[in-house]
Every structure is written in C-alpha cells, then in structure tokens.
Design a protein around this ligand. Structure first.
Ligand SMILES: Nc1ncnc2c1ncn2[C@@H]1O[C@H](COP(=O)(O)OP(=O)(O)OP(=O)(O)O)[C@@H](O)[C@H]1O
Length: 758
C-alpha cells in the first residue's frame, strides 16, 4: 500500500462492502429488496487490523489490478499454499465482503415459498476471458456456478483506487447505476461485492462488445443502422437526464451492445448526479437543474465539448455534443475531431474544426451541424433532436425504439437518396412531434426555454435551396474573379453565418427554379461573357431542385492563380475555424452529381479571402461514359456533356471513382500514355505529399507532447509510441486545476515551437 493516509471516503469504501443494489427476477430469485442490511459494516478499528494490508500488498505487488483468473475451482486452487492466518482472513472476507441476496426457495416437500438470505461473492463465479480494460478497472466474463448465467464483472483494485484517488468514481458509478436500475439502454448492475483486494461490480453481460468495435468492423454504418442506434443512444441519454444524471463520457467504447444488439450505456464513473430541485410539477416528477455548471475536467478528448475547453464548464449538453460526435462517427467511420494527440484534438474541438467526409448523407449532416455547435445554447435539445427529420419514422413515445429487431449491419454507401436535401417538414408537423414528446415535462426546458422557432428541417431547406438560388442569382450576373468577386464571394463565419448570408439572397424558403437563367446563359457564347477563365453556363433546370450546368470548366491556370495552394482536398465541410474565414477548398460530387467546388483566394495585401463556388448537377443514371481527355480534363458524357478541368489529377480520379461507384462506367483513357497505374502512382505520391504538408510542425524530442501534455508528465509506456494505437482514453485522471496548468503549459510550448518553425 502506498504511503498516503486514507481519507474518510477511502475508509468507507474499504470497510463497507458494496451491498446488493438491484433486483433480479428469476424463477428462484427475488432480489426485490436491493439493500439488505449493513450488518457487515466494519468499524474503523477493525479496518486497521484487517487483512487488507498484508494480503492486498502481496496481491498487488506486480500489478495495479487484481484480475480473477479463469478458473474452475478457485476455492481449492487458491486455498492451497495459503498459511492458516491468510486462509482465515480470506474466509472472513468471503463472509464480510459478500453480497447478500434474498432468494425465493421452494420447499420441495411442502411446495412452500420461503425467503432465504444468500451470500454471493467471488467463489460463486467462474471467471473467464477479459472483456475489456478501462482506465481504472478490468472487466472479466463471469459465469454463475449455480445458474450458469453469464455476467460481466468489473474488477477494481482497492489499492489502485486509493493510490490514484479514484474512490469517488466508484462510489458515483455505483450510485448512478443504482438510480438507473432497470432503465432501458443502461447496463444493469445486479450487485456488488468485495474481497480483500478488489471490488466487484456484477454487471449485465453485453456479449456483442462495444459500439466502437462495431463501427471499426464495418468501417461505418449506413443510415438505417445509424438511425437505429442513434435513436437508442439519444433515448438512453434522455432517460439519464430525466433522472438527473449526466454521463459526461459518452463515447463508442462506453456504448455496449447487449445480446439483442441493442444499446447499453456503461461506465458511469465520471457521471454527475444532480441534486433534486424542489418541484411544483403537477405530476410530482423530480426536477433537476440540467444546466447547472460543473467544472470537473472529465470526458475523452475526441468527444469532449468545447465549453469545457473554452470556458471550463460542462452541463448536460456535453452529452448532446458527444452524441453529435458519435452520430458523425457512425457515418464517417471516424470521430469528427481527431488528431495525432490530445492537445491537437483539443485545438480542433475548441475551434469546432471538423469536416464532413465526401458523400456524407445530407440529412445526417443537417442534424450533426446542429449538434456540433460551439455555444451549448444553440445546440439542439434532446426533444429537438428527436423531432429532427432524420428520426421521422421513429416513435420515441411508445418505447418502440427499443422493441424492433436491429437492422442488418451494413456500412454506409453513398447513394442518390442520401444526397437529397433533407425533406421539408411543415412547422405543424414538427410542432406536433415536439408536443408529443412532451416538451414541457422536461425540466431543463422548463428552466431555460430554448427557442424552437425554426426547426432544423426548415433551416436545412433554406440552406440547400438558398444556396442554389444564390448561386443562380450570382451566376447569371457577371462572375468575377479575385477581389472583384464582390457579389459572388462571401466571407463565411460558421454555418449560421453562411445560412444567414444565403437567406439574405433568397428571402423565400422555397426554391423557385430561376427560369430566366437558362435563357440568359445559354450556349457557347456565354463563355465569352465571362471576364475570366472560369466559364460556365446553365442549360436548363431539371426538376424542382436540380440545377444542371454544362461545361463547367476550371482551367488549371486559373485555379493556380485563384488558389495558389490548391491541393487535392476533396472534402466537404463548413468553414473550419472561428476566424470567419473559409479555408477549405472543397470539391464534392454527390450522387445526384451535384458538385460543389469551393476555392479560395487570399489577396495578400488585403488579407482577405474570397470564396468561389460552382455547382452543377447531373443525373448519374444518365451518365454514359467518362473519358480522361488528358490528365487534367475529365469528360463526363451524359445527355449533356460536362468537362471538368483541374490541375489535380487526383481530383479527377476521385470524381471518377465517386461517379463510377454509382454508375459503373469505366473511364476511357484518351491518351494511351496516361493509364490507371500512372494515376494511381500520382495519387499515392500526392497523398504522401499532402500528408507531409498537413502534418503538425516537428516537435523537438525534448518538447514532445504526449497525450496532449508535456512528455515529462507521461509514463514511459506512452512515450514508446503506444499512444496512437490506443483507444481514446478518458481524461478523468486529471483534476481540473492540474489539467488547466498542463494545457496552458502545452499551449505555450506549442506556440513557441510553431514560432520557431515559422
Ligand atoms: N457489461 C459488459 N459487458 C461486456 N463488456 C463490457 C461490459 N462492461 C465493460 N465492458 C468492456 O470493458 C471495457 C471497459 O469497461 P468500462 O468502460 O466500464 O471501464 P472503465 O475503467 O470505467 O473505463 P474508462 O477508461 O472508459 O473509464 C468496455 O469498453 C467494454 O469493452
């Protein structure tokens, strides 16, 4: 044992076994009384004379964790070789640390049902494989000797908990799980017991592992799967919040999949249990202040909310942020904020610097954009999430979200459907859905009403149609390059700014095809109308939302002059930082063939950036062939022919790949010299170069940040480079003040390194 003297909480933990917490109804068991008695509570004086010191120290000499070994008869094996006093201690602990369960026993002769108190401890289970490893526990599969039922046992070393000052996490976890007992979507805690070295949480076994494993296995999840799991996750989060519990570390590893492949949230060690507020609600429902600020630095870098990093607080809305990250991850296969180390990840989160992957489904994108919002007040509330058009077919009220069979797991594949803008939902529909979700009954909405004036659906419709209308309007005028692009370019500040800008252009929420456009810009003559090398003309409007442009041509020369640092960035995303500049050059080809080309120009003197946007749409099912005219020009033959010229061959290749994945048209290589191999070679070279360019500046060995913190703070294991292969770990080991100091230090260090490199 370490030298640190025990705190009151430590004493309590060590002396008072964690007692049964929940009821488990089986034929023979009745655990309806979750807490039986405290008779096994040990006094402080007893504690000092307890076997803890001797046995615990011995058991924990080599490891911080005591993990029960897979065994068939631990009683026998373990007792062998123990000296009599140790054996006595062990027996004492088996008695003292056992959980006491009330069991219904049927008398075989009389048939009478009587209640028996049964003690359950380590000896009652066969331990099997290790299921997982957390930052302060190991989780092992256990089979009840009597019933053969499988459980997951979370094993926590007492000494480790005390040494690492994590006793309170265990207490919180136990209390939270007790409070949540029986709640859908939450892992069930049956009971807890302890022996001299460890605490044991007997948990419901989730045989399908964690959600991260599922995403990794399939690479991503399609919309159907994402909807299924996201609806369960958000419903579970809703339940937590309504019971006054904030999870604060929601991430795919903490979402388990039970035997029916349904969601079970776990790991409540860093949860916040809110005190109940006086309620005058007629239904007598408990009331909690879900907006109460908490300053603890908890969570996991990739899922931590920006308010914790920027303003050092969180409230229940950090769970909504994490939900947004996970939703993104389901479709994209990776979290939105991810960098080489925690420090860089934090930087991204703080700046809300993320980008949607190419082909990200529009409807989910619309929702994610409203979740990954810096200001928690602007983030959708749970009721608004549930009312989002993505969950249109989900009934959150009747519990059916938990009833249906899970869909066949499939990875996300771009489709024409996915690229459609989110359907317009009338305000009435949304209001009634929100109403059905009993908005008013939610305490956090009672306390701080959010303004659901504009639904997410409305906003997205504005966004999409206004973008098109804006484009049409601007493009029928004189498209100009560079600084002259006054009407066409815009400085974008986040999605909201962007939508506002678009709304300015189109005051109407619905898109009216601008028929005049097709007549003003028609035929090859239009090329000469352009004052620069960027030529485009609109042939006709197809359908309600389609905008078909022919001969969109961006000359390599032009691209170079407009975008000196134009690289093969194929990505889509909102402006990527908060400096009100649109930094990304984006080319997106959607399945509707809607291509957006964003470029930027930095006028050095003016320190201004201009953005240029081109769009065209073509119907993929009408694509007949694609031809590489040369390595900078791709011809797409459909009823109308589209030429895309771009200096970047990899861009063209990507376009071809995206279109090809839908239409299966082999590209003809016009020039025999340039075959696919050449393209591939070029692409791999290019991506290597791009990777190099995008890498963070080299950090001197001595100053290297490990896990976001100066290397000196980190143990050797991390320095060996295990960091990147590890799953994201929770930050709960650092206290808020320590963390702030370290973050400040690493920020400072980073700055000086960057300065040096500059
Ligand atoms: N009930 C369960 N059934 C199956 N596997 C489980 C169960 N509980 C936990 N696991 C596995 O063990 C891992 C660690 O569990 P858990 O997150 O509860 O530990 P922790 O020490 O609290 O971790 P963290 O570092 O996230 O705080 C999980 O990611 C999961 O893979």
């Amino acid at each position: 044992m370490g030298n640190r003297s025990l705190t009151e909480a430590d004493h309590a933990l060590l002396s008072k076994p964690l007692v049964p917490t929940v009821s488990e109804h089986t034929q023979t068991q009745d655990y309806s009384r979750s807490f039986l008695d405290d008779s096994n509570t040990q006094s402080a004086s007893e504690l000092h004379g307890s076997p803890q010191g001797q046995f615990g120290d011995k058991a924990l000499t080599n490891t911080n964790r005591f993990i029960p070994l897979a065994n068939n008869n631990p009683g026998m094996q373990h007792e062998m070789g123990l000296d009599p006093s140790m054996r006595r201690r062990r027996e004492e602990w088996a008695e003292r640390g056992a959980a006491k369960i009330i069991k219904d026993v049927v008398d075989p002769t009389t048939g009478e049902l009587t209640k028996h108190v049964v003690k359950m401890g380590i000896k009652d289970f066969k331990f099997g494989e290790q299921l997982g490893d957390g930052s302060y526990s190991s989780v092992v599969l256990a089979t009840a000797r009597e019933s053969g039922k499988k459980y997951a046992v979370k094993v926590l070393s007492k000494e480790y908990l005390i040494r690492q000052k994590k006793v309170k996490y265990v207490t919180v976890e136990k209390l939270a799980l007790q409070k949540l007992n029986g709640t859908k979507g939450i892992i069930r805690l049956f009971f807890t017991f302890q022996d001299e070295a460890s605490l044991y949480f007997l948990l419901e076994y989730a045989p399908h592992g964690d959600f991260l494993g599922l995403i990794k296995k399939y690479g991503s999840l399609n919309e159907i799967c994402a909807r299924y799991y996201a609806s369960q996750i958000i419903d579970a989060v809703d339940s937590l919040h309504s019971i006054g519990i904030i999870h604060r570390d929601i991430k795919p590893e903490n979402i388990l999949l039970d035997k029916d492949m349904k969601v079970k949230l776990t790991d409540f060690g860093t949860a916040k249990i809110l005190p109940e507020q006086p309620s005058n609600a007629a239904d007598g429902k408990p009331c909690f202040d879900l907006y109460a600020k908490s300053k603890s630095f908890v969570g996991t870098a990739e899922y931590v909310s920006p308010e914790l990093l920027n303003d050092s607080y969180t409230d229940s809305r950090c769970d909504i942020w994490a939900f947004g990250c996970i939703l993104y991850q389901m479709l994209a296969g990776k979290p939105p904020f991810k960098a080489a180390n925690e420090y860089l990840t934090f930087q991204k989160v703080m700046k809300i610097q993320y980008a949607f992957t190419a082909g990200f489904p529009q409807i989910v994108k619309d929702l994610v954009k409203k979740l990954l919002v810096r200001d928690p007040n602007d983030r959708l509330a749970i009721e608004q999430i549930k009312a989002h058009v993505f969950f249109d077919k989900i009934n959150f009220e009747d519990g059916s979200v938990w009833d249906g069979d899970p869909p066949e797991i499939q990875s996300y594949k771009i489709s024409a459907e996915a690229m459609k803008p989110p359907p317009k939902v009338s305000e009435n529909d949304t209001t009634s859905k929100l109403g059905n979700l009993q908005l008013s009954s939610r305490s956090h909405l009672d306390n701080t009403p959010q303004e659901p004036a504009m639904t997410s659906q409305d906003q997205s419709v504005i966004s999409m149609t206004a973008a098109t209308a804006a484009f049409n309007k601007e493009y029928t005028g004189q498209p100009k390059m560079g600084n002259k692009l006054s009407t066409f370019s815009r400085s974008v500040s986040g999605n909201i700014g962007r939508e506002k800008a678009q709304r300015k252009v189109s005051n109407d929420h619905t898109y009216v095809p601008p028929t005049s456009v097709s007549t003003t810009l028609k035929g090859k003559d239009n090329r000469s109308r352009s004052s620069d090398n960027l030529r485009s003309y609109l042939l006709q409007n197809m359908g309600e939302h389609a905008l078909l442009m022919k001969d969109v041509e961006i000359s390599a020369q032009n691209l170079e002059s407009v975008v000196p640092d134009y690289r093969s960035s194929i990505d889509v995303g909102p402006p990527t930082d908060n400096s009100r500049k649109f930094h990304k050059r984006v080319l997106v080809i959607t399945n509707l063939g809607r291509a957006l080309v964003f470029t930027k120009e930095r006028a050095l003197k003016m320190r201004k950036e201009n953005e240029l946007e081109l769009q065209f749409e073509l119907k993929l099912n009408e694509v007949e062939r694609m031809i590489y005219r040369n390595d900078q020009l791709l011809e797409i033959d459909a009823p109308k022919t589209i030429f895309i010229r771009c200096k970047e061959r990899s861009v063209l290749m990507k376009i071809w790949k995206v279109i090809n994945s839908e239409v299966n048209v082999e590209p003809n290589v016009a020039s025999p010299k340039r075959d696919h191999k050449m393209f591939d070679k070029f692409i791999s070279q290019k991506s290597q170069n791009t990777k190099k360019k995008n890498q963070a500046p080299p950090v001197p060995e001595s100053n290297r940040l490990v896990n976001g913190l100066p290397g000196s703070c980190i143990s050797k294991a991390s320095e060996k480079g295990e960091l990147n292969t590890k799953r994201p770990t929770s930050l709960q080991t650092r206290s808020s003040s320590n963390y702030s100091k370290l973050l400040a230090k690493s920020t400072q260090m980073r700055k000086s390194i960057t300065r040096t490199n500059e």
